[in-house]
Design a protein around this ligand. Structure first.
Ligand SMILES: [Cu+2]
Length: 224
């Protein structure tokens, strides 16, 4: 199955709210399939066909309801990912750790001295796990969940799933950062061609289009 990333992000976000989950995704859930089969087989031994069918349908519906509510904490969304953060000259400037938790995705960024210019920097999740073009990093694509006019944590018409708070670097260029988001998940970010964490040259004003005036892309970390 192939879907574009914006579609995946919007269906996951809506699914987490319990509003909508595509039938194809629900049916593809491995644990559900196994449970469904085992139950139906056991029931067919020594029970009338009509009774079995009615019981079976009721159980099926219950299971689907649970699956909707628990989607954002399902075992498939657990796990962690660690990556190097690469600066604009291609050298390693720090590290990036992502951990999926029960209420969202925890991101931690650590930057070594001289890694960044001092002050605030925009930081976003971009759509492609490709940091092979240091100095531009345009191969990492647009923001996760990108849509026209949608960027910005403070935008009334926003936000995009890849939008995150700024990171602040000290006078020596080092930085430490931790945030959590429930607008995407580790499984959504790592599937297919992955995604990337990008740090920009300047701060994101969280409102201007398309990237909050954050400027050039100065650091990149592959999320896979
Ligand atoms: Cu960005």
């Amino acid at each position: 199955m192939f879907l574009t990333r914006p579609l995946i992000c919007s269906s996951l976000a809506l699914g987490a709210l319990g509003i909508f989950l595509p039938a194809a995704l629900a049916e593809g859930h491995g644990a559900h399939g196994a449970h469904h089969e085992g139950h139906s087989e056991g029931h067919h031994e020594g029970h009338h066909e009509g009774h079995s069918e009615g019981h079976h349908e009721g159980h099926h519906a219950d299971h689907h309801a649970n699956h909707h509510e628990d989607h954002h904490v399902s075992p498939a969304d657990e796990g962690s990912s660690t990556a190097a953060l690469i600066g604009s000259d291609g050298s390693e400037i720090g590290s990036l750790t992502l951990k999926q938790g029960p209420h969202g995705l925890m991101l931690r960024v650590e930057v070594s001295p001289q890694g960044l210019s001092p002050g605030w920097h925009g930081l976003h999740l971009h759509q492609v796990g490709d940091c092979s073009d240091p100095g531009s990093y345009t191969r990492s694509g647009g923001h996760v969940g990108k849509r026209a006019g949608g960027h910005g944590l403070m935008n009334p018409d926003g936000m995009e799933a890849g939008d995150l708070p700024n990171i602040w670097a000290a006078a020596d260029g080092s930085a430490g950062y931790e945030t959590v988001t429930n607008q995407t998940s580790l499984s959504a970010l790592t599937e297919g061609d992955g995604s990337a964490l990008i740090i920009h040259a300047g701060p994101d004003d969280h409102q201007a289009q398309p990237i909050g005036g954050a400027g050039a892309w100065v650091a990149c970390g592959v999320i896979s």
